[in-house]
Structures are given as C-alpha cells and as structure tokens.
Design a protein around this ligand. Structure first.
Ligand SMILES: NC(=O)c1ccc[n+]([C@@H]2O[C@H](COP(=O)([O-])OP(=O)(O)OC[C@H]3O[C@@H](n4cnc5c(N)ncnc54)[C@H](O)[C@@H]3O)[C@@H](O)[C@H]2O)c1
Ligand SMILES: O=C(O)[C@H]1O[C@@H](O)[C@H](O)[C@@H](O)[C@@H]1O
Length: 267
C-alpha cells in the first residue's frame, strides 16, 4: 500500500501540477478551501486548515504532510496573511504534533530572500533573510515555525524555498529559479524519505544557466534535478532586455520587490 500524503492547498497551481507526479508514490489526501477536483484515487477534504478540528482530521493517519496552502502574492497587507499563513500553519503543525506525524514538507518561497540584489547571486540557504513583502515575511515566520516543531518535537522537516513553479518559464528572471513539477516532486520525496533528516532548508529549483541559488544542501540530501529551465521557455518568453523597472529584475524577488507595500490596517 502507498503511504498516505496529506497535500494542503491541493487545489492551487502547484498542487495541481504536483499531484499526478506524487500519485505515483503516494496515496493523496487533499485539503483546500476550494474544490481540488479530486480523482477517483484521491481523497478530498474541503475546509480551512486554521480550524483545529479540520487540521486534526486532515492529518489523521498520514505518513507525512506537504503544506502548500496559503495566501500567495505581492499585494497583500499584513492582516490578510495572518489566518492562512500564520494561524493556519501553526494549527496544522499542532495537529501534526498531536498525531506524531512522521514527516513535514513546507512550501516556502524565494521571496524570503527577495530583496537581495540579483547581481549578488548565487545564494545558499544560509543567506540572511530579506523578505520582499508581507507574503515573504509570512514565509519567514513559517520557516521559523517549522524549525520550532521539527526540533522540539523531533518531526523530520524539509523546508523548500520554491523558485518559480509555473508550467513554463515566462522570463529571464524566472529562468534563473524555475522548477519543473517532477524536480519539485523529487524534493518532496526527499522530505518524505531522507534518512537522518531533522530540519533542513533547500531551494526548490531545476537546473539553469545563471542560477540565483546554489543548492549544496539539496545535493547533500540526494537531489539531482533532471530538468533545465532553458528547455522550457514559454512561447512569449521575455529575455532580460525586455524586462523593465516594474519587473524588478535586479532583485531576487522581481516584481514582488517593487510593488507598493500596504500599511497595516489598509486593505
Ligand atoms: N507558484 C509558485 O511559483 C510558487 C513559488 C514559490 C512558493 N510557492 C508556494 O507554494 C504554495 C502553493 O502555491 P500556488 O502557486 O499553488 O498558490 P495558489 O494560490 O494557487 O494555491 C494556494 C491554495 O491554498 C488554498 N488555501 C489558502 N488558505 C487556505 C486555508 N486556510 N485552508 C485551506 N486551504 C487554503 C487556496 O484555496 C489555494 O487553492 C504556496 O505556499 C506558495 O507560497 C509557489
Ligand atoms: O516570483 C515569481 O515569479 C513567483 O513567485 C511565487 O511565489 C508566486 O507564487 C508566483 O506566482 C510567482 O510567479
């Protein structure tokens, strides 16, 4: 029998791309606020992971959790991120602690280091945090929360700072941090199976010609990316010459680093 993997945020873009790949190795239970369009082989739970009863139900019997759910984007104010990205994550981690969940994989983001100058690349996982907005800030909290639960409660945890997981590579900045679905799924698999894993942070990226991230930590865990962003340019791929100031190509976080940041209290 395949091990049961809970995928939160399974109705989202990354969840939909990963599920067919992950289904080869895992029985999937999906949790989302939105209908994930479950296949006959998948089990779906519709609900809010910030609800403790919902989180407990979702985690029950799982061999591990892939936590994708959250509010994602450059324009949100602080308050909007509180329930999904702070309370939701801690509620889920609490459910995992109570159930002695054997593995936890957290979808973090390169936006935790988004304000670093792209010219200073490549960065490794020891680069100082430099979130580029309230979304990146919430991921920095998420990484710390995962560290707390992993270390205090001995829950093997992999934090994956995903680069860009779109189906194809849209532009020159994303080409430096794109990840294919099968490479990202391979990292999830490492999080589920790596021996001796305590709490490790890696970048979720495929191969690239001028990478923003140099990922020795992932390689140590056995990650060997099979895909290269150069082979997956979208039809309308924009080279660096076509990127303007609004694209924020001089920052790791790109346009996330250029948008106005709402003051707390503003919508
Ligand atoms: N797409 C990328 O390129 C990318 C890059 C870096 C990091 N990530 C991370 O990967 C994860 C998935 O990204 P995505 O692009 O699929 O985002 P998405 O917005 O498409 O999907 C997120 C999903 O989470 C669900 N969700 C939000 N709050 C919830 C809650 N309280 N309870 C249950 N479900 C909830 C939403 O309904 C949605 O379906 C996110 O955590 C994101 O930060 C994605
Ligand atoms: O910076 C990026 O390109 C990406 O950052 C991710 O966090 C977002 O989820 C995705 O929509 C962006 O495309």
């Amino acid at each position: 029998m395949k091990p049961l993997l809970l995928v939160t945020g399974a109705a989202g873009r990354v969840g939909r791309l990963l599920r067919p790949v992950l289904a080869e190795r895992y029985a999937l239970r999906l949790l989302d606020l939105a209908d994930p369009g479950a296949s006959a082989q998948e089990e779906a739970i519709l609900g809010d992971l910030a609800d403790p009863a919902m989180a407990r139900r979702a985690v029950a019997g799982a061999a591990g959790v892939l936590h994708l759910a959250g509010l994602v984007g450059p324009d949100f104010g602080f308050e909007a991120t509180l329930r999904p990205n702070y309370l939701g994550l801690v509620t889920l981690l609490e459910a995992c602690r109570a159930a002695r969940c054997p593995r936890f994989v957290f979808a973090s983001s390169h936006h935790v280091v988004g304000l670093h100058a792209a010219a200073d690349a490549p960065f490794d996982a020891a680069a100082p945090l430099a979130p580029d907005g309230f979304y990146g800030l919430s991921k920095a909290f998420g990484e710390a929360a995962c560290g707390l639960y992993a270390r205090r409660f001995a829950m093997p945890t992999l934090i994956i700072r995903i680069g860009n997981a779109d189906p194809e590579v849209a532009d020159a900045r994303r080409a430096r941090m794109w990840v294919s679905a099968r490479d990202l799924a391979a990292l999830v698999d490492i999080g589920m199976t790596a021996q001796g894993l305590a709490c490790e942070t890696v970048y979720g990226v495929s191969r690239a010609s001028d990478p923003l991230f140099a990922d020795a930590a992932a390689a140590r865990l056995g990650y060997r990316p099979r895909d290269d962003s150069r082979d997956h340019h979208a039809a309308g791929f924009r080279p660096s010459a076509a990127l303007g100031p609004a694209d924020g190509a001089d920052r790791v976080g790109g346009f996330f680093a250029t948008r106005p940041l709402p003051h707390p209290g503003e919508p």
